[in-house]
Structure formats: C-alpha cells, structure tokens
Write a protein that binds this ligand. Structure first.
Ligand code: NCD
Length: 305
C-alpha cells in the first residue's frame, strides 16, 4: 500500500507526474469529475486547519467522491483515549483513503503501519507537511515555469515550520538549487533537516534585504506560536521578519513570494496587490495538487489489491 507520509516517499518522477496531472486537471476538468465516484475520503484532523482540510474536502468533491471525518478531535473517540492506530483501523471500514493531521511527529507514520487504505500526512507536529510541498512545487512551476535553477530564500520560523522542512527536501531532488536560510538565531533550521540534503547549496544570512536581489522565490513563514514552550521567547522573535513593499524594491520583477498561510504579521497587507505575491494563488494550487494526489493514490491502491 502506498502512503504519503514524507515528501521523500515520492520519486522525482512521481512528483513531476502529480504536477502534470494537476496541470491536466486545469485544462480538462471534465475528465476528472467522476473518477472518484463512490469513493470516500476521511479527514482526521487532530490539529486546527483551514486550507489543508478544506482543500482536501473540495478536491475529493471535485473528483466526484465524498468526504467524512472530524476537524475537532474532542468530538470523536480520541477524547476517550483511543490511539491513532485504533482510530485508523475503525475509519478504514468507512473510507477508501485517509488524510490525517496530528500534533505529534510520527503519528501518521504509526497509522500507516496498520492501515489497509492510503494514509496522507496532512502535517505532523513540527516535522513534515508533504502535501504543502506539492502545493508549493506546483505554484513555483506555474509561476516561474521551472523547478530547476532556482535560488530560494526561506524566511521566518525554520525551526518549527514543517512546510519548510518538507520543501527543502523536495527541492533537493531538482538541479542547481540554492537555498538561503533567513532566520533569527532561535529559529534556525535544525541540523537533522540540513543533514538530509547534503547536495543542496545552503547558506545562512541575517536579513532578507541582503539577499533580496538574488532570489527567484521568497518563502515566508509564520512563527509557530503553538510550538513554543517559552512564551517570552515567542514574544522576542515573533516580529523578526516583516516583508514590506519597501523591502521588495530590490527584488527581481519575476521573483515570487510564497507563504503556506496563515499569515500573521510577517507580510504586510500592502504587499498583497504586488504581482509577485503568489500566496493566494498558491491556495488554489493546493486543491488541484490534492486532486491529483488522491486520484493517483487510489489508482495505486486499486492496482495493489
Ligand atoms: C501550515 C501548517 O499547518 O504547517 N499551514 C498550512 O497547512 N497551509 C503553516 C502554518 O501553520 O504556519
């Protein structure tokens, strides 16, 4: 059974295939509107979500399938102490595929060990978020026309930001990628993620201004308040980097600003109307790539039966 727990579960060939499927969906949506008829997706969200859960839901609906699940674990047997493995063993009786978000790193992996239906990791703690990476890759491809030969600046909370961890790994699959890490001392990319991508050229800088002219993509992130144990530390770093129109003055006209959202204070609303701001277009790509992913995983599951 194929699951998507980590972005490295997919080969670069498979990632490109998913992107091509998403592009095909844009061009020929009618081809896909019944492909998941009589199929059900369960969304098990143990952590808050707006975009990820709703885009999974919309994706399955547009494929002709149906959706069930919970967005609030306290409304399920989780509140009675049921383990994720038991919950999955139960839910697989009602659904053909499961998308799970959990505050504990590794929970979707544990679930996949007992599951007889594909499990998709929709974010686990501060670890990984592979479907956001697929969204980001589709966005870069649509906005810039390529996934090779890019300089990408990752800015903000590189310590707890799971979307950053997954996207850096995904980018290590492509040619001639330069990664620039822009974070305060306290929020730097953990060593365990750096060591996973030895082939990537990486450099750390203190400000976004000093690298702005070089960047093809500026990937902004929110400081992950919910992951801080120390409230004072959060208060100290929360406004470390704020993108303004002034700071964009030296950026290439073709540069693109991505953000997994939600944004708090790290991009001022004045930036939204700049053509380089791609973060709201990125949201729509999230639905398209999840359509491609659900469709593919269900096809692979059918073949393996
Ligand atoms: C991100 C997440 O949940 O990790 N959001 C998302 O899925 N688009 C980023 C965040 O919460 O900051």
């Amino acid at each position: 059974m194929r699951h998507l727990i980590d972005i490295m579960d997919l080969s670069v060939y498979e990632i490109n295939e998913l992107i091509d499927t998403a592009l095909d969906i844009i061009e020929y949506p009618e081809k896909y509107c019944e492909v998941c008829r009589n199929m059900k997706l369960a969304t098990l969200f143990y952590e808050p979500s707006t975009r990820t859960r709703l885009s999974f839901t919309a994706a399955m609906m547009e494929l002709g399938g149906q959706v069930l699940g919970f967005a609030e674990p306290n409304s399920s047997s989780v509140s009675k102490g049921e383990t994720v493995q038991d919950t999955v063993r139960v839910v697989e009786n009602f659904a053909d595929i499961i998308a799970m978000r959990h505050h504990t790193e590794g929970a979707p992996l544990e679930a996949s060990k007992v599951a007889n239906v594909p499990i998709i990791n929709a974010g686990d703690g501060s670890h990984a978020h592979p479907t956001q990476s697929l969204t980001d890759l589709l966005t870069i491809k649509r906005e810039l026309g390529r996934l090779d030969n890019l300089t990408i600046g990752f800015c903000g909370d590189l310590k707890f930001g799971r979307t950053v961890h997954s996207l850096i790994q995904a980018m290590s699959r492509y040619e001639n990628i330069k990664v620039i890490l822009i974070a305060p001392e306290e929020l730097q990319l953990p060593e365990r993620f750096k060591s996973k991508t030895p082939n990537l050229e990486m450099r750390e800088v203190a400000t976004m201004e000093e690298v702005m002219p070089e960047l093809d993509v500026l990937y902004m992130t929110r400081v992950q308040q919910e992951r801080f144990l120390d409230r004072e530390e959060f208060e100290r770093v929360k406004d470390s980097f704020v993108l303004t129109l002034k700071k964009l003055e030296t950026a290439k006209p073709t540069m693109r600003i991505l953000h997994p959202l939600p944004r708090v204070n790290e991009i001022l609303p004045e930036v939204d109307s700049d053509p380089r701001a791609a973060y709201f277009r990125q949201v729509g790509n999230g639905k398209l790539i999840r359509m491609a992913l659900i469709y593919r995983l269900l096809l692979w599951a059918k073949k393996n039966k």
